[in-house]
Design a protein around this ligand. Structure first.
Ligand code: MN
Length: 269
């Protein structure tokens, strides 16, 4: 597939940046890069160490370094001693010197990124960073922590990438794709969803270090309290690929009118 050329010449191969939050050694990243290499010229730039749940964190107080690493089948593979958002910034700012890529894809994450998890997700934040920079992007996650069927998600990534390269995305919108961990013939299809409301119920484990001082370990479990059929998590649970369009605009538009009735200008006596 080629990207349309403004001068009407035959399309060139799309340039695709692949990143993640599980780190440059993640098999999910490798499966994604190899699948997308079928569509165009892939550059990989990912965190050197796992960065799950760092959200949209960026590194501003220590220097960032880019390192080239070997990945079979993908010539241009790099890692950064930073976050997913850092990786996208460095790749677009320093590696892709011929201009921004046509597409940024983040994943394939080990574990789903649905409902409130989207807020914490480094995987989604890498795609968000690309969106901020004006590049079409999506995040893709596989809904399991054990026995991942990467090839199912890789095939979905290739299809979604093809569609986005062909049609583009509306400005300031990215896609959050979640794939059930099933063989392809048991995936029911694609469902367009909204971000659900379920979240982690936090547990703070307190332990003692060898000096008797307390320390804390963030734990907790995901509790599916929102089982509305239009949500990402439910579609996934029922065996569908969930595609949720996300917006950079976090404004709660549905309550603007309500707040306009507040008396904002009243002075305290
Ligand atoms: Mn992760």
């Amino acid at each position: 597939m080629g990207v349309p050329d403004p001068a009407g010449r035959p399309g060139r191969a799309p340039r695709i940046l692949v990143t993640n939050d599980d780190g440059v050694e993640s098999p999910g990243l490798h499966a994604l890069a190899r699948a997308l290499a079928e569509l165009g010229e892939v550059t990989v730039c990912a965190p050197e160490a796992e960065q799950s749940a760092v959200g949209h964190s960026i590194t501003t107080r220590v220097p960032l370094r880019l390192k080239r690493v070997a990945l079979e089948g993908i010539d241009r593979t790099y890692c950064v001693n930073g976050t997913p958002a850092d990786s996208v910034k460095l790749a677009i700012g320093r590696l892709l010197t011929d201009g921004p890529p046509d597409l940024v894809v983040s994943g394939i994450n080990l574990g789903p990124n649905t409902a409130t998890n989207v807020i914490y997700s480094g995987t989604v934040s890498a795609a968000t960073e690309a969106c901020i920079m004006g590049v079409p992007s999506f995040a893709i996650s596989l809904a399991t922590f054990v026995d991942p069927l990467w090839s199912t998600a890789a095939a979905v990534a290739e299809r979604v990438a093809g569609a986005v390269l062909e049609r583009g995305l509306p400005p300031r919108v990215l896609l959050n794709v979640n794939v059930p961990n099933r063989p392809p013939d048991r995936v029911r299809g694609v469902r367009l969803t909204r971000q659900g409301d379920s979240s982690f119920v936090d547990a703070l484990e307190e332990r003692r270090d060898p000096r008797g001082e307390p320390y804390y370990w963030l734990a907790g479990e995901y509790r599916m309290t929102d089982t509305d059929p239009t949500t990402d998590a439910l579609a996934l649970q029922e065996g569908w690929v969930s595609v949720t369009p996300l917006s950079l605009d976090l404004t709660a538009h549905h309550v603007l009118a309500e707040f306009s009735r507040w008396d904002w200008d009243a002075r305290h006596p």
